[in-house]
Design a protein around this ligand. Structure first.
Ligand SMILES: Cc1cc2nc3c(=O)[nH]c(=O)nc-3n(C[C@H](O)[C@H](O)[C@H](O)COP(=O)(O)O)c2cc1C
Length: 463
């Protein structure tokens, strides 16, 4: 029997990489942001490594400081997927699209079209827009959680109903008989929810995988409840193996509650590798990508360690008796930042300088490994074999050389250890992820007793 193997996806946001300073890294053309030839090169590099998918984040909440840093998001996800679909053959595309600020009909139409033209390589990452910067662009405030997730779930039901409104076997296109579709094979959906409404049908036949695979990214109970009802894959954020295990358990519980098979929903964690021939080289690479942020990060590191630190301390190795006691996280600290405190303490007591501690990834949103390819592979093996996750979505610091470096150095180690496949098992994203066949809504999930109609609708007009 084939041993269980990991899924690996890769974030592809801007044209530069995930590091804030990637747009001005050595060898990077600063005009790469919208250069699709460059994106095609990056996508093909990931495909050479047999990665199952590219993850396209949407925004614009990822824009931190446009005067100094490139946006960390994909400019237009549908255009992006369509162009990359024509330039690659196997790799899938996870398209993040808001279930709040899009008409479900538009979502259904665009996603199924790119799924069709890519021969079944698209997933919809259902995001429930929790960011004021996103809401403001649509003339709205962030909706209360009940409405956000109420609308998100109805949108999923409606989008999937629209996908199935063109029946699986409806397209006969029999020229001799003059019959284009089977009688009754393409039908309206007449969906009238509390939040979204559409008559249908959607005039798009099934793709090679039927319809897009369903993905969700989020944190919190509402998010996992939604994922439990519809996701084939959760692209997650876990700060430690224990955190991943607990999130996965929550996800499994909600999946079972929704009437679906918990083993059918994969959970993967973010991983931020910086790979070089030696650990020192990897650290220096990270330093060069991070140093513009040192003035803010040094005092923050001091707070984590309980030692006041300034830029003058960058090269200092802290003495054991200088380092404060390990403190519990501040109540305002988001859950994914909790791991920073023990990590900073561990690195300080290993004798790394302040500069090195910062470069080793204390402040990264996702767990990082800054070192050799073997160290990156060891991290991935440890997490995977713990059983807490089904794989990773990797976050590459600088795409230009970082993707090749991961694909040429880390992937072969994982393959040699039997942890990652040597080739795609099929042609569709559904096959790559081992997701079950589905056309239309998941029949196992009871059509929800919809939440009561909100008293005053804060939803954008007409949506
Ligand atoms: C790993 C990960 C990736 C995410 N990617 C996106 C994204 O690309 N676009 C977006 O609008 N939200 C994204 N989100 C945010 C979630 O959709 C959600 O709004 C957020 O986690 C807030 O949680 P809540 O909706 O439960 O309040 C992401 C969340 C996680 C954990």
């Amino acid at each position: 029997m084939q041993a269980r193997q990991m899924i690996i996806g890769m974030e592809l946001g801007n044209g530069y990489g995930a590091a804030a300073d990637s747009w001005r890294a050595p060898g990077v053309d600063p005009a790469d942001y919208l250069d699709y030839d460059v994106r095609i090169r990056h996508a093909r590099a990931a495909e050479r490594g047999k990665l199952q998918f590219l993850f396209f984040p949407n925004g614009p909440h990822h824009v931190v400081d446009i005067e100094h840093f490139g946006p960390q998001m994909t400019p237009d996800l549908i255009v992006h997927s369509a162009l990359l679909a024509r330039a690659t053959e196997r790799i899938g595309f996870v398209v993040s699209a808001s279930a709040i600020f899009n008409y479900p009909y538009t979502l259904a139409q665009q996603l199924k079209t790119v799924d069709y033209i890519s021969h079944g390589r698209v997933a919809w990452n259902v995001v429930a827009s929790a960011h004021p910067e996103v809401a403001a662009n649509f003339g709205s405030a962030v909706l209360p959680g009940k409405d956000r997730y109420g609308r998100a779930w109805e949108s999923v039901e409606l989008v999937q109903s629209l996908w199935a409104s063109w029946g699986r076997d409806a397209w006969t296109h029999d020229q001799a008989a003059g019959q284009y579709t089977r009688p009754g094979g393409v039908k309206p959906v007449d969906f009238a929810g509390n939040y979204v409404t559409s008559r249908g049908p959607l005039y798009i036949p099934p793709s090679d995988q039927g319809q897009p695979v369903m993905v969700h990214s989020g944190l919190g109970p509402d998010s996992f409840r939604l994922a439990g009802r519809c996701a084939d894959l959760v692209v997650g954020l876990a700060s430690s193996i224990e955190d991943a295990r607990s999130q996965r358990e929550t996800l499994r519980r909600y999946t079972a509650e929704a009437g679906r098979d918990p083993d059918g929903v994969k959970f993967i964690a973010g991983f931020y590798p910086t790979v070089a021939r030696t650990k020192r080289e990897a650290i220096e690479r990270r330093v060069s990508l991070l140093q513009s942020q040192f003035p803010q990060l040094v005092p923050q590191l001091g707070e984590l360690l309980g030692v006041p630190l300034t830029m003058d301390d960058l090269d200092r190795v802290l003495e054991p008796d200088e380092i404060g006691a390990l403190r519990p996280p501040h109540p305002d600290m988001p859950i994914w930042e909790h791991a920073r405190i023990p990590r900073a303490h561990a690195l300080a007591s290993e004798g790394w300088s302040v500069r090195d501690i910062l470069a080793l990834g204390v402040f990264d949103e996702h767990p990082a490994k800054v070192g050799t390819a073997t160290e990156a592979a060891d991290h991935m093996q440890e997490w995977f074999e713990s059983g807490a996750i089904d794989g990773f979505w990797i976050i590459i610091d600088v795409y230009d050389d970082g993707i090749d470096s991961f694909v040429d150095n880390v992937v072969p180690i994982l393959q040699n250890r039997g942890l990652f496949h040597r080739d795609y098992e099929g042609t569709t994203l559904r096959e790559h992820l081992g997701a079950r066949e589905q056309y239309g809504p998941d029949y196992r999930v009871a059509q929800t007793a919809r939440p009561e109609q909100p008293q005053h609708s804060t939803l954008p007009e007409g949506q």
